[in-house]
Design a protein around this ligand. Structure first.
Ligand SMILES: Cc1cc2nc3c(=O)[nH]c(=O)nc-3n(C[C@H](O)[C@H](O)[C@H](O)COP(=O)(O)O)c2cc1C
Length: 194
C-alpha cells in the first residue's frame, strides 16, 4: 500500500488522527507526527537531503541520557557498497541495501545505561526523520550476532557497541501494523486485572 504518512492521517487501527469535532480532538503537530509513523522497508531512490540528516542527528544527540553521559556515536552510511555490505551481514534487514541512507547508533559499553540512552536517541532520530516525511525502520543491533561485524566493517573502535541500525528514505511502500488499544495496555493509579 502506498501511503503519504504525513498527510494520510493513517494510524494504527486505521482511525484518523486528524481533528474530529465530534470527539473533541484537536490537532497537535508533535503527536500527529508520532502517530503517522510506520516502519518503512521499501524506499524511493531519492537521496535524503543533508540538512535533514544533520537536523535528525541534532535531535538524536538531544535525547535524554542517564547522568547526561551522552554515551554514543552516530554513523551515517550512504555509500552503496557499504549499505549492501551492512545489509548482507543482517538476518532480517536485507532491505538496508535499497535505502539511500542508513544510520548506525553505537553506545559506549562502559556507560551503565548505554542501551536505554541509545534507544532514546534512535527514537528521536526516527521521529525527526518522520517530521520531514522520511520513513525509516528500526533494525536490531545490540542483541544480534552481526553487531560486532557491523562495527568492524565501519571501523568503529571496540569501546562502542552497535545498538541499532536505521535505514531511512522517502517511502515507496508502507505496511500498516495493527496496534493494541490504549485502554488495554495502560492503567491509572492501581492496576486491576480484567
Ligand atoms: C528493537 C527493534 C528491533 C527491530 N528489528 C527489526 C529488524 O531486524 N528487521 C525489521 O524488518 N524490522 C525490525 N524492527 C521493526 C519492527 O518490526 C516494527 O517496529 C514492528 O513490526 C511494528 O511496526 P511499526 O514500526 O510500523 O509500528 C525492529 C523494531 C525494534 C523496536
Amino acid at each position: 500500500m502506498i501511503v503519504d504518512t504525513l498527510s494520510s492521517g493513517y494510524c494504527p487501527g486505521g482511525e484518523s488522527i486528524f481533528p474530529s469535532p465530534s470527539k473533541g480532538i484537536t490537532m497537535n503537530v508533535g503527536t500527529t507526527i508520532i502517530k503517522c509513523r510506520h516502519s518503512v522497508r521499501d524506499f524511493k531512490s531519492t537521496p535524503v537531503e543533508d540538512h535533514i540528516i544533520r537536523d535528525s542527528l541534532d535531535c538524536a544527540r538531544l535525547a535524554p541520557t542517564a547522568m547526561n553521559l551522552q554515551p554514543w556515536l552516530f554513523g551515517v552510511i550512504r555509500e552503496k557498497k557499504l549499505l549492501a555490505a551492512v545489509a548482507d551481514l543482517t538476518d532480517h534487514a536485507k532491505f538496508i541495501a535499497g535505502a539511500p541512507v542508513c544510520f548506525a547508533v553505537f553506545g559506549e559499553r562502559s556507560a551503565k545505561y548505554y542501551l536505554e540512552d541509545c534507544c532514546a536517541a534512535t527514537e528521536n532520530l526516527i521521529i525527526a526523520l518522520q517530521a520531514y516525511g522520511v520513513g525509516s525502520c528500526w533494525v536490531a543491533g545490540e542483541k544480534k550476532e552481526y553487531a560486532e561485524a557491523v562495527r568492524t566493517l565501519l571501523g568503529v573502535p571496540d569501546q562502542y557497541c552497535l545498538v541499532s541500525l536505521l535505514p531511512a528514505g522517502y517511502p515507496a511502500d508502507i505496511t500498516i501494523q495493527k496496534k493494541k488499544d490504549e485502554e488495554d495496555i495502560s492503567f491509572f493509579d492501581r492496576y486491576s486485572p480484567g
